[in-house]
Write a protein that binds this ligand. Structure first.
Ligand SMILES: [Zn+2]
Length: 126
């Protein structure tokens, strides 16, 4: 598939690159030239989406949101690129309050799964 970038804005471009699953979408992007960082802020459409407990997969209501967290992705040219999101926490009747699992990263990791896999392949190649 080839997408025409001239008809896309920056948030659509990063949403395509990250292949964000429902209900996540890119809200805005910050370019920090001093730190050479690109921060891609994403958020979830909460309406109509049923979150699941990460331990038992049972549908659960949202309890609250964690503080914003960032995950390192591949660089955009010379800029370190991060996904930034506030993850919802759900309340499971069996497992109490749990942070939802996300498709782009393992629990408690500071890197996206793709970045982590790439870093590991580089380590094994040397
Ligand atoms: Zn549960």
């Amino acid at each position: 598939m080839c997408l025409n970038l001239t008809t896309m804005n920056d948030t659509q471009l990063y949403a395509e690159i990250f292949e964000l699953p429902i209900p996540w979408h890119v809200t805005h992007i910050e370019l920090n030239k001093d730190e050479e960082e690109i921060l891609v802020f994403i958020d979830a459409d909460l309406e109509g989406f049923q979150w699941k407990c990460p331990k038992c997969q049972k549908p659960c209501p949202i309890y609250d949101h964690r503080q914003p967290r960032r995950w390192r992705y591949f660089d955009t040219c010379q800029y370190k690129t991060y996904i930034v999101a506030k993850l919802p926490r759900i309340h499971c009747t069996e497992h109490n309050v749990q942070t939802v699992s996300v498709a782009w990263s393992e629990p408690n990791s500071r890197f996206t799964s793709r970045f982590e896999a790439f870093a590991i392949s580089v380590l094994y190649a040397t």
